[in-house]
Design a protein around this ligand. Structure first.
Ligand SMILES: [Fe+2]
Ligand SMILES: [Fe+2]
Length: 280
């Protein structure tokens, strides 16, 4: 009997996303098998930064070895721990030798096997906080000015990359970043640390464009599911949050389906966060 595939399934894409692996040379990687298993039937693998613990070349060499053999197109952004690298060009070269393309304020279009054209933007992002939702006076003036300058620069680069992508013929637009564009995925992170974890300008830039999904990491105590103020779905795929690579499916019309973690696991996590943050 012929297998009839419904049209939605045919145009659905499968993304595997993970960040904050913090790979060190003296400890075994926490994701080796789970990443390869998840990536085996993925259309796209997205790595949201802090892939290494100190940006050292032996760490990125170990990472490249771990990633080699993954056939799905694989893209990464740098996290603050990767940026500790003193040999950034070599870091990138080694990463690329493992089949990973680094996106640093860049956009690209990936056509997956079922013909869906995915516009991808990748950028590290930066901290700065979530003013006006949260008070801006948590930092010394000099530090906050330095952070604000860099935060704005990253937001300008994100805007330029999304503007460039808007000229392309794509079905979906996915943004990968390290820092968070919203507080809705910061979960149990203390509010005093929010300025280190992301900023609201990134979220506003996302909301000015037709973005299907944002994946980020960096907030280890955060929660998985959130959205920008404008309603763009955001997922915090930091390994300490999900415990394994996240698996997300997206229909060609932009509907997002969470596979790993499951909707049940997401609901349990949401009630745990709500209980913890509601307590007086
Ligand atoms: Fe991290
Ligand atoms: Fe980080």
């Amino acid at each position: 009997m012929a297998v009839v595939k419904d049209i939605e399934t045919e145009t659905r894409i499968r993304i595997v996303a993970v960040g904050d692996v913090h790979l060190r040379i003296d400890t075994p990687p926490a994701i080796d098998r789970s990443l390869h298993e998840a990536a085996a039937d993925a259309d796209l693998v997205l790595l949201t930064g802090d892939l290494t613990d100190n940006g050292r070349l032996p760490e990125v060499e170990k990472l490249a070895g771990l990633l080699s053999g993954i056939e799905a197109p694989t893209y990464a952004v740098l996290g603050n721990h990767d940026r500790r690298s003193l040999r950034r060009r070599e870091f990138r070269r080694v990463l690329e030798s493992g089949g990973v393309a680094l996106l640093d304020g860049d956009s690209t279009v990936v056509t997956v096997t079922n013909g869906v054209r995915i516009g991808l933007v990748g950028i590290g992002g930066y901290g700065g906080g979530f003013w006006p939702d949260e008070a801006p006076d948590l930092l010394s003036t000099r530090l906050s000015q330095a952070v604000a300058v860099r935060a704005r620069r990253e937001a300008v680069r994100l805007e330029a990359a999304l503007d460039a992508l808007a000229l392309e013929d794509t079905d979906l637009t996915i943004v990968t970043m390290h820092y968070a564009p919203t507080t809705s995925t910061l979960g149990l992170e203390p509010m005093l640390k929010h300025w280190m974890l992301g900023n609201s300008i990134l979220g506003r830039v996302v909301d000015r464009h037709d973005v299907t999904l944002v994946v980020h990491g960096h907030a280890h105590l955060g929660n998985y599911e959130g959205a920008t103020p404008g309603g763009t779905p955001v997922r915090n795929v930091a390994l300490p949050v999900v415990g394994r690579p996240a698996v997300i499916e997206v229909d060609a019309d932009g509907t997002v389906h969470d596979i790993v973690p499951s909707p049940d696991a997401i609901a349990i996590e949401a009630s745990r966060v709500a209980r913890a943050t509601d307590s007086p």
